[in-house]
Design a protein around this ligand. Structure first.
Ligand SMILES: [Cu+2]
Length: 156
């Protein structure tokens, strides 16, 4: 009987963890992808939905991918599109927040090598709630007309 009860307890615990999403805080990450440019810059994009109000405050990747990782947004500054670091990306409960070219993105700086399209990169997202979520993002070919071509002079 004793053994049987242990099994039940384990099952109950597993169910409880699944219900609240464990350490991920229940964050849903859709379509994560990464862009890599020859100038040592890149960005990670995805769609994030958090079950409770939260905030994406930082992110990290392996140092062999990028030496520095920042959370950025694209702003219009005197008629010029420019990127700047933000303290966090708000994730209102139940709302899909899109990180995309021309908007919010996870900025990859000091990339020692350009990434091969089709390969995978693990990106760890850190939320204000303390949850850390690692997602596997696919590297996609870069296009010319995107925010990587913008001036970085103000921030480097
Ligand atoms: Cu940026």
């Amino acid at each position: 009987m004793r053994h049987h009860r242990t099994l039940l307890t384990t099952a109950a615990l597993a169910l409880a963890l699944a219900a609240c999403g464990g350490e991920t805080g229940g964050l849903t990450v859709e379509d994560p992808w990464v862009r890599s440019n020859p100038n040592g810059l890149g960005a990670a994009y995805m769609v994030l939905t958090s079950p409770a109000d939260d905030e994406l405050v930082s992110a990290s990747v392996d140092p062999s991918i990028a030496g520095t990782v920042e959370v950025h947004e694209v702003v219009m500054d005197d008629g010029m599109m420019r990127m700047q670091e933000v303290a966090g990306i708000p994730l209102p409960a139940g709302e899909a927040v899109t990180l995309e070219p021309g908007g919010y993105h996870v900025m990859l700086l000091e990339m020692p090598a350009m990434l091969e399209p089709g390969t995978d990169v693990d990106v760890t997202l850190v939320l204000a709630s303390g949850a850390e979520v690692t997602v596997t993002a696919e590297v996609r070919a870069s296009t010319m007309d995107d925010d990587m071509d913008m001036d970085h002079g103000d921030e480097m």
